[in-house]
Design a protein around this ligand. Sequence first.
Ligand code: FAD
Length: 384
Amino acid sequence: MTRHAVVVGGGIGGLATAVALRRIGWRATVLERAAEVREIGAGMSQAPNAMRALEALGVGEQARSAGVPTYSAGNLRLPDGRHLQQARPGDPTPLVAFHRADLHRMLLQALPTTWVRTNAEVTGVRQAEQQVTVTWNGGQATADLLIGADGIRSTVRRLLWPDAPAPRFLDRTAWLGITDADGLPGSITMGAGGYFLIHPISRGRAYWAYVTTAGRPAIRYEKEKIEVARRVATWHDPIPSLIAATPDEAVIHIDICDLDPLPAYVCGRVALLGDAAHAMSPDRGQGAGQSLEDAVVLAAALAGESTIEAALRRYDTERRPRTQATARGARADGRRTTSLALHRALVTMIRLTPAALWRKGIADDGNPTWRWRPPHLPSPTTPH
Ligand SMILES: Cc1cc2nc3c(=O)[nH]c(=O)nc-3n(C[C@H](O)[C@H](O)[C@H](O)COP(=O)(O)OP(=O)(O)OC[C@H]3O[C@@H](n4cnc5c(N)ncnc54)[C@H](O)[C@@H]3O)c2cc1C
């Protein structure tokens, strides 16, 4: 009999999970509270580990053609334009940058349309010994397994992990945008107390992000574009012109939060995945990548273990240490890169690092997190 899972949340993590389950012959129902399954209008990069996870999910080729290879920290600059490190032609471009919507769409297209249900906000979860029942506005379903992939403010986590702390505001905030800008190389400009990131994405566009400190969460401005432009007005080209070219309504302002480590990602027949389990600061560009890894590991465990309980134990054992270490590292990186006190020391350290050594550290296998290899997933089968 075909096993059935309910996946709460139609973000990158939830869709990747449904794709992974499909590959091992399970059936999945994705419940998404929004009226439409879609991503925000911003960019993101995926590192080699995440690209391998996409490969394991069967969408590697689509991902490579939708994304644009880019440097990780090949070009590091100061606000006055001086290079601390400068990429040369032929240097490694280990990251692949995307419009989020492209990555999201390719996962959605790998699923039967009947598997995804919108306008379905999950409000209740009830567990019996071998089954789990989920309730949403207007419906109820019983399944063998429930995956909470409902993001940093997860309802599933709140219901089943009532003692888990709320997301932590990391004293930082970010403005993001996408605009037409052909041929710009990836770069990071390090100011005192904030950095500006640029990645080229498909169709001659660039994704930019400015991350800086904030005294409290939820500070908002009447005109976000004017505010971010003001903060980097004296920074080198093309930073001011990129912001100026971004439509006002396309500038997104979000606060940076993460989750303190949970003691378990599994409770009975319910597993947390993606940001619901381990939301992390964006400074290592790993949040969505880790959710892709989660999806592959979960499916491999379900295919390989004799019981769902054993598979969930394996998922928890394999994923918790890795994702929590990544989140810890991202939190520390974020503090360092936006710290006023550490700015001068950081700049000196980067400037003094010999270019050859720097290049080694930012090549494909230079970063330990990127070396992850996916477990074997059986050949795809189509459930009845
Ligand atoms: C500024 C910034 C930059 C980033 N850059 C990168 C990057 O370059 N690379 C990278 O890998 N990661 C990056 N990340 C992290 C990445 O965005 C997240 O880790 C990833 O999007 C999480 O995906 P998810 O599916 O787990 O959660 P989400 O994308 O939050 O999806 C959760 C879904 O669940 C739905 N939902 C919520 N509650 C319910 C409910 N009760 N019932 C039904 N549906 C519900 C929501 O509507 C949503 O669609 C960045 C994050 C930030 C903030």
